[in-house]
Design a protein around this ligand. Structure first.
Ligand code: GLN
Length: 462
């Protein structure tokens, strides 16, 4: 089939199901078909740009695109069109991947359910009364409802992995610094990382190789070779994990997790053993402080990064009628443009960074971050990868946790340590939970720049 045919079929599927799912904030049908026609020409001419040339994709609405709005799920940026493409966007285009549209997300990537979007929540394709995870619920739901075969997400504390887990799709948070953040609207700069999402481990690996690589436009980009993730996925698909040492993190296995998640995880560990892996238990004693550390570091960075939305440079402007001062226009615009979760985090971050509290909160959180990284380093002295459930819960009902921020934050328990350490991790589908029949994810974690290990183990397990 041609890329135009594949792209057309997906645009049609979006028209059929997305009124209900709400995975897309913007559909770029015409632009995607034009790109597909170009790819078909290059395929005919024998100049294929990449193994994924012609396969269309859904892009999280936090990456800038010159031909579609970038809203980050916020009223603050409604209708804003970037004058430049993010590096990730540019790499997708260069690889001949048509972009179907921009996907729904929690506002500025803060949330675990996509209910913090200013444009209405996304529904989980497995059960429309349940959340699709967050913040990248739109990308995961687009995959799970066959509206797109590939998607891009971002993961600051789990926003690729948790949505993958609760929709039975695959998602990777690459090593920090290996996928460019240029043109990725910042949530928390020291934690944010773009990454690939797919329905299989191999698809995800192929996309990983398209988007990863050094970018001089991102000051935290690492000038190192991209780990051989596609080769690793092919190796893993042979189903032999002999010689691979897997650590089960004691602190990420608790009676407080949903029973169906724990039984699915225990079955996954048994399967890894059957595949030949050597499995041992390891302890990472500081992981229990990851949540507290993350929810100080992230709001601190958010309070600084989101100061740019001042109603002067871009986005919404309220009260600009000659009767208000510049200060008043700024506060009226921020009041109207940001939702409750974003405001909550800006306030927490401003407080944590204020003089007098800095040492007690932000400074202390940074120390814990170091201890967590040291726990990982110690664990990786004796194992190749670590595993845990991706999330303590399967997808819950829409509305169930919106009024309880702490309950929402708890769903990130297993994913946060990886972001704090700057390492890589993946979620792969791990069957359906015994208690509610909803998808469960297995999280595989590996040291910085060892992303290939995720794909070897993930492909063997899947
Ligand atoms: N759920 C986490 C949060 O709300 C993670 C967000 C993310 O990874 N962007 O911060």
């Amino acid at each position: 089939v041609s890329s135009v045919e594949v792209t057309e079929a997906h645009i049609q599927r979006i028209a059929e199901v997305d009124g209900e799912i709400n995975a897309f904030l913007h559909v770029s049908g015409e632009e995607a078909l034009l790109a597909a026609a170009e790819v078909d020409k290059s395929i005919a001419a024998g100049t294929v740009a990449s193994p994924l040339a012609g396969v269309p994709l859904a892009l999280k609405d936090v990456f800038t695109t010159t031909d579609a709005p970038t809203t980050c799920g916020s009223k603050m940026l409604e209708g804003w069109v970037s004058p430049y493409d993010a590096t990730v966007t540019a790499r997708l285009r260069a690889a001949g991947i048509p972009i179907l549209g921009k996907t729904n997300m929690d506002e500025f990537a803060m949330g675990s359910s996509t209910e913090n979007s200013a444009y209405g929540p996304t529904r989980n394709p497995w059960d429309h009364s349940r959340i699709p995870g967050g913040s990248g619920g739109g990308s995961a739901a687009a995959l799970a409802s066959y509206q797109a075969p590939l998607a891009i997400g971002t993961d600051t504390g789990g926003s690729i992995r948790q949505p993958a887990a609760v929709t039975a799709t695959v998602g990777t948070k690459p090593t920090y610094g290996t996928v460019s953040r240029y043109g990725l609207v910042a949530c928390a700069s020291s934690l944010d990382q773009g990454g690939p999402c797919g329905r299989t481990v191999l698809d995800t690996a192929l996309l990983h190789e398209v988007i990863a690589g050094y970018d001089p436009r991102d000051s935290t980009s690492r000038n190192v070779p991209v780990p051989p993730v596609v080769a690793a996925a092919r190796e893993g698909a042979k189903g032999d994990l002999a010689g691979v040492k897997v650590g089960v993190v004691k602190e990420l296995h608790s009676d407080n997790y949903q029973p169906g998640v724990i039984s699915s995880f225990d079955a996954a560990v048994a399967q890894l053993k059957d595949l030949g892996a050597e499995v041992v238990e390891v302890s990472c004693p500081h992981f229990e402080y990851a949540l507290a550390s993350y929810y100080l570091i992230l709001p601190s960075e958010v309070s600084s990064n989101l100061a740019r939305f001042d109603a002067m440079r871009y986005g919404l402007r309220v009260g600009d009628d000659g009767s208000h001062s510049a200060d008043q226009v700024m506060s009226l615009s921020r009041e109207a443009g940001f939702g409750p979760e974003v405001k909550r985090r800006i306030m927490i971050g401003t407080y944590a960074l204020s003089s007098g509290y800095y040492d007690a909160y932000y400074g202390q959180a940074l120390k814990v971050r170091t201890l967590i990284a040291q726990d990982f380093d110690k664990a990786y002295e004796s194992v190749d990868v670590l595993v845990s459930p991706t999330s303590p819960f399967t997808p819950w009902k829409l509305g169930e946790k919106v009024n309880d921020p702490l309950a929402m934050y708890l769903s990130d328990l297993c994913t946060l340590p990886t972001n704090l350490a700057g390492h890589c991790a993946m979620s792969v589908p791990s069957g359906l939970s015994q208690d509610d029949g909803m998808p469960v994810g297995l999280q595989i974690m590996a040291p910085a720049l060892a992303d290939d290990r995720l794909y070897r183990v993930g492909a063997a397990y899947e």
